[in-house]
Ligand binder design. Structure first.
Ligand code: CMP
Length: 132
């Protein structure tokens, strides 16, 4: 099934000027249906990650995600949600398969370079934060 999914290039990756390298890792596999650079407000970051409210890393995650500009990418393709998760790799970059975006550009479990929607339900919730 053709799906749309959201990828965010996080503040750690924009700061290290990895935007172009990361986009080239997805552009040959997905259609880029939208792209936007923005700085999330604290309110937006809290709502975006609402599912993690109450977890020990939540406040620090919100602080990190609002610490600099991010790039939102709307990616489209056959089975896009699952395929993007494979290209992105495990949450913890030290456990991510070699060749994945997080293995290449992630620093630690929080500063892990990118976010990717993990299900059709999260994609439907997350996409409107970047694309109306
Ligand atoms: P992401 O895929 O964007 O989804 C939730 C984010 O929370 C995750 O990537 C990390 O940036 C962060 N995160 C998840 N688990 C932890 C953890 N144990 N410690 C710190 N940050 C985490």
């Amino acid at each position: 099934m053709v799906e749309k999914t959201l990828m965010i290039i996080k503040p750690d990756a924009t700061a290290k000027r990895a935007i172009g390298d990361i986009i080239s890792m997805v552009e040959d596999k997905f259609e880029i249906a939208g792209i936007i650079m923005k700085r999330l407000t604290v309110e937006e970051a809290r709502e975006f990650y609402a599912v993690h409210k109450g977890k020990p890393f939540y406040d620090s995650l919100v602080e990190f995600m609002t610490s600099g500009p991010v790039v939102g990418l709307l990616l489209q393709g056959e089975d896009a949600i699952k395929r993007l998760r494979e290209v992105v790799g495990a949450t913890d970059p030290s456990k991510a398969r070699p060749g994945t975006i997080r293995a290449k550009f992630g620093t630690d479990i929080q500063r892990n370079a990118v976010h990717a929607s993990d299900s059709p339900e999260s994609a439907a919730y997350e996409i409107p934060f970047f694309f109306k």
